[in-house]
Design a binder for this molecule. Structure first.
Ligand code: SF4
Length: 697
């Protein structure tokens, strides 16, 4: 039940789920919490089903309100006091580090944590635990676009322009993005674009809800986007669409790319990808002749073992056409998780310190160590990306203890059964969450933490806009904030410095730590966010402007120029074979979010999307003797998933699709491939080789 009188009865805040961070008002009335949409530049008064129902989890009967400790006698998780739970965690950490060294304890964070929590978690790992092993689930979200953006454009900010710019683009190309299902209010910006006479082109192996609205839909074989991008650039070259003045004045390296794409014959790319030459030409012309054009990538292009190169190919195309920095034009990535952007800027990533600084940069180490009040030499070096970290757990050279905050890798990791067994091998698994996720079920200690409406903080959305998350009420009795948990553990571990528990104090420290870095928050204050619709980083000066649009005059590289990088198509890490003749691709559905820990427990969402399914083309279904609704088994070299068949012409006959929100037998990630991109560490979620069998009843 709600507790009147504890906090303001109304809070203007943002949705707890995706990176669009739709504005909403929470209102506590007659013992119930209502969600009302709020006018905000990203959602313009709209919310999707997930946002409308977000408050249901606040008083959910399955909400955790007491710590749980695993009883060694019975193996059950049993309620315990906070002191007993935190003592157990601290003692476990001391034992593991005493026996195996500091790096034997690892931390795994989440892209839904506020900026303050992401920052505190990075500091906790490096200062309280002094381990190099920290990474987060955002590594599986947009890390390929992040790495490509940094190497080509000098910075990773999902969209280097406000979302409203989408409405001004004459041509909009979406690659592996399905916002009509993943971020429905974003479609209002696309509707603007259409009303102004703009063209929408979608590249996606499925006829998605977004693709159905497109003027042109290219439906390539999964894993061939890079070849498609190079073919588009090939056509742009041969038809004279290259902005030669822009290329000469603002970029380096075009000649090498020109030579590479000269050999990407559209007819060959048609054979490889299945996209007709006429569609490739129409796309290149729509981009090349437009007065303004935007290219956006999302997980479909990025979640591959060649994800960085695929995104790079689209950035090459954007640069060759002179788009980045031009009004109503550019390249951007649609980040997925609520704080996927901020989560990667403040030190949750294995290779980074706050401000999006590299942890192996001596000057960055000096600066951040000074803010933290510790010697720079005491800061550990870079760790390893998320999958490598999880896959090393419990092995002779890997960490023996793991602290998980806001993540559910048992469902969301690729090759999930293997990661599940790694987690079972640990000496100590600690999970901080507000629900018993599948990962929490394996934990030795579960710590119940506050939800989004119960604490203040900031988030950074897909535009690089820093927002205020405002508390409606305090956490229920028995529940603590993540910041309080980290502070208490730091004290128990005799950390050399204090860890503040007040998010405003943490943000003030974050601003100092980020000052001078690529993601500079020094000029971002809560007051300033409150006075406007957020603040775009970089914003180095409280009295100076923020940065809604990047690249107008220069790129944030040492010489101010963007870099072309030649990239060539290569096959997926796993190709089809006689035994595994089909491609599996995975993704999301409108009414569920990520590993489903939250949305599977919301009544309306469960009714809208009650379970997993496997999409098959009618031709394939006929060949396999599968009817709509039949239970099928999707088998890869790593495992299998079982779910009802959904027979639909919206998928290619050589490809099947499964959403990844469900656990147990329907867990899609039991099947996915754990091959990772060598630069970003992104696993190849979007393609693996499978066979499909009808399950005889
Ligand atoms: Fe929440 Fe994203 Fe839906 Fe907006 S689009 S209501 S942020 S889940």
């Amino acid at each position: 039940a709600t507790r009147p009188g504890v906090a303001p009865r109304e809070a203007a805040t943002h949705c707890p789920y995706c990176a669009l961070q739709c504005g909403m008002v929470l209102r506590e009335a007659r013992g119930r919490i209502e969600v009302l949409p709020r006018e905000f530049p990203t959602n313009r008064g709209g919310l999707c089903q997930k946002g409308w129902t977000a408050a249901e989890l606040l008083d959910h009967p399955e909400r955790l309100t007491t710590p749980l400790l695993r009883d060694p006698a019975t193996g059950e998780l049993r309620p315990a006091s906070w002191d007993a739970a935190l003592d157990r965690v601290a003692a476990g950490i001391r034992t593991v580090q005493g026996g195996h060294g500091r790096d034997a304890v690892a931390v795994f964070g989440g892209g839904g944590l506020t900026n303050e929590k992401a920052y505190a978690l990075g500091k906790f790992a490096r200062v309280a635990l002094r381990t190099r092993h920290i990474d987060y689930n955002g590594r599986w979200c947009m890390s390929s676009a992040a790495a490509a953006g940094i190497r080509s454009l000098g910075v990773d900010r999902g969209l280097p322009f406000p979302l409203a710019d989408l409405g001004r683009a004459e041509t909009l190309l979406l690659v592996g993005a399905n916002p009509a299902e993943t971020m429905p209010p974003l479609m209002r910006h696309l509707a603007d674009q259409r009303e102004r006479g703009g063209r929408l082109i979608v590249i996606d192996p499925r006829v998605t809800a977004t693709a159905r609205q497109a003027d042109l839909h290219l439906q390539p074989l999964p894993g061939t986007d890079l070849a498609v991008a190079n073919a588009l650039l090939h056509i742009a070259l041969t038809e004279g669409f290259i902005d030669r003045d822009y290329v000469a004045a603002r970029t380096d390296g075009f000649d090498a790319v020109r030579r590479t794409v000269a050999g990407c014959w559209p007819a060959e790319v048609e054979r490889l990808s299945g996209v007709p030459v006429a569609d490739l030409e129409a796309t290149a012309r729509a981009l090349g002749t437009a007065g303004s054009a935007i290219i956006l990538t999302a997980r479909g292009a990025e979640q591959h073992a060649k994800g960085v190169d695929t995104v790079t190919a689209f950035i090459n195309l954007a640069l060759a056409l002179g788009l980045p920095g031009r009004p109503g034009s550019g390249y951007g990535c649609l980040t997925g998780q609520g704080n996927g952007q901020g989560g990667r800027e403040h030190g949750q990533k294995a290779d980074q310190l706050p401000g999006y600084r590299r942890i192996d940069d001596p000057a960055a180490r000096e600066h951040v160590a000074r803010v933290w009040g510790v010697p720079a030499d005491d800061l550990p070096g870079p760790g390893v990306p998320a999958y490598r970290l999880l896959d090393s757990l419990g092995t002779p050279d890997g960490p023996r203890a793991l602290l998980v905050f806001g993540s559910n890798p048992v469902v969301s990791a690729p090759r999930a059964a293997r990661i599940e067994s790694r987690l079972r091998d640990l000496d100590l698994l600690v999970v901080a969450d507000f629900l018993r996720s599948e990962t929490a079920e394996l934990a030795d200690v579960v710590l119940p933490v506050a939800q989004w409406a119960e604490e203040d903080g900031t988030m950074t959305n897909l535009e690089g806009r820093v927002l205020r998350r405002r508390a409606l009420r305090e956490p229920p009795p028995g529940v603590r904030t993540d910041l309080a948990v980290l502070a208490d553990l730091a004290t128990r571990l005799a950390a050399p410095v204090e860890f503040p528990t007040d998010p405003r104090t943490v943000f003030a420290e974050l601003r100092r730590a980020s000052a001078g870095g690529p993601a500079d928050y020094a000029g971002v204050t809560w007051e300033r966010i409150d006075a406007d619709t957020g603040v775009f980083w970089p914003c180095p000066d409280p009295a100076g402007p923020d940065s809604p649009r990047l690249f107008a005059d220069r790129f944030p590289t040492p010489d101010g120029r963007a870099r072309f990088h030649p990239v060539t198509h290569r096959p997926a890490a796993e190709e089809v074979s006689v035994d595994y003749p089909l491609h599996l691709t995975t993704g999301r559905v409108l009414a569920q979010y990520q590993s489903g820990t939250q949305t599977r427990r919301v009544g309306a969402l469960r009714r809208a999307a009650p379970g997993a399914f496997v999409e098959l083309h009618p031709d394939l279904a006929a060949r396999l003797g599968v009817a709509d609704g039949d239970e099928v088994r999707v088998v890869s070299r790593r495992g299998e998933l079982r779910a009802p068949a959904r027979v639909t012409p919206t998928i290619r006959p050589d490809t099947v699709f499964a959403p990844f929100h469900w656990a147990g037998a329907a867990r899609a990630n039991s099947v996915t491939n754990d091959a990772v991109d060598p630069v970003s560490g992104m696993p190849e979620f979007k393609i693996c080789a499978v066979r499909v069998e009808r399950v005889e009843s």
